[in-house]
Design a protein around this ligand. Structure first.
Ligand code: MN
Length: 317
């Protein structure tokens, strides 16, 4: 069994449960209860699953949307800080098994940058997980420049996690089963990344490191088309769009335990850009690990994807 680091592994702190519950309205109450039990556990339930699957370390992150849907900025800032301190306390109880991504109140770019710095420098977190747009504002917005400057300065990784769009697409009208993780989130999150690429965020911050789940939210499959159309539309960037996705983006296999897209991600982005993850507890860690351990791969590459690539990116050993 390959030794693994998993980095899209969710938890909930007591103050953030009420932001999460509305995302579960379509799910049966007994399933929601089971998920909540796993999200708020940092002991046997989580650790036994990690042990069973060779997950040496889990980088924990809030299950979204968290404070990013809070309308009052001061409340969002205070609750994010409280959640980060809570996570730091849990990590302290098992520092050889857990690491953390910061939760940030993106309503205020400077406060988010300050909290990221506090989390990275004082709490030794690996970076931050951001749950998509914040009340409709995406990360290419000019108001986020101070945030990206700090991300650059800290060398922190930003995991961009899906969230519901501001307005559901009319194309999905009448098909609830196509919303969220089925299809909607891939387009929403992929579009968010393309806003950063086409908006020049990575030209201004070439050291920014973005992590995407779900094998890259379909982007690795589409690189040629981005470059071809960017030329046609006269997009003014220093490099073709695909180069930013190859240079600034890492992807994980979270919630996408399938060989074909894995091969595409490796071929499109490079073997050092793909990492393991489960998306616990929304996916089964047993399924994730079984996929990682059995998918046909050269053993050196399996070890890199399962552990080494994440250890290098997040400076974990
Ligand atoms: Mn997730």
């Amino acid at each position: 069994m390959a030794k693994k680091i998993a980095l899209e592994e969710h938890f909930l702190s007591p103050g953030l449960v009420d932001y999460w519950k509305p995302t579960m309205t379509e799910v049966a109450p007994e399933i929601v209860g089971g998920l909540l039990k796993k999200l708020t556990d940092f002991g046997a339930l989580r650790l036994e699953g990690m042990d069973r699957n060779g997950i040496a370390r889990a980088v924990l992150a809030v299950s979204g949307p968290g404070v990013q849907v809070e309308r009052d900025t001061a409340t969002a800032i205070a609750k994010a800080k409280e959640s980060n301190d809570f996570l730091a306390g849990e990590i302290q109880k098992a520092p050889d098994r857990y690491s953390g991504f910061a939760h940030l109140a993106m309503q205020d770019a400077r406060a988010a940058a300050d909290e990221l710095e506090r989390c990275v420098k004082q709490l030794k977190f690996c970076g931050a997980m951001i749950n998509g747009h914040t009340n409709g504002k995406y990360l290419d917005d000019p108001s986020y420049e101070p945030f990206w400057e700090r991300v650059d300065a800290l060398g922190a990784a930003i995991y961009l996690h899906p969230v519901d769009p501001v307005v559901p697409s009319p194309a999905l009208e009448g098909y609830k089963a196509l919303r969220r993780a089925t299809w909607e989130w891939g387009f929403e999150t992929g579009s968010h990344v393309l806003r950063l690429v086409f908006g020049g965020t990575f030209d201004r911050h070439p050291r920014a490191r973005l992590i995407l789940g779900h094998m890259g939210e379909t982007l690795p499959y589409l690189l040629w088309r981005f470059d071809s159309r960017a030329k046609l539309y006269g997009v003014k960037l220093k490099k073709p769009p695909s180069h930013y996705i190859k240079d600034n983006v890492w992807v994980t296999v979270s919630g996408m335990f399938s060989a074909e897209p894995l091969m595409c991600a490796i071929a499109a982005l490079g073997p050092e850009r793909v990492m393991f993850s489960a998306d616990y507890p929304f996916e089964n860690s047993d399924d994730a690990a079984q996929f990682m351990d059995s998918v046909p791969l050269d053993e050196k590459l399996r070890a890199d994807i399962a552990y080494n690539n994440a250890a290098k990116l997040l400076k974990l050993t």
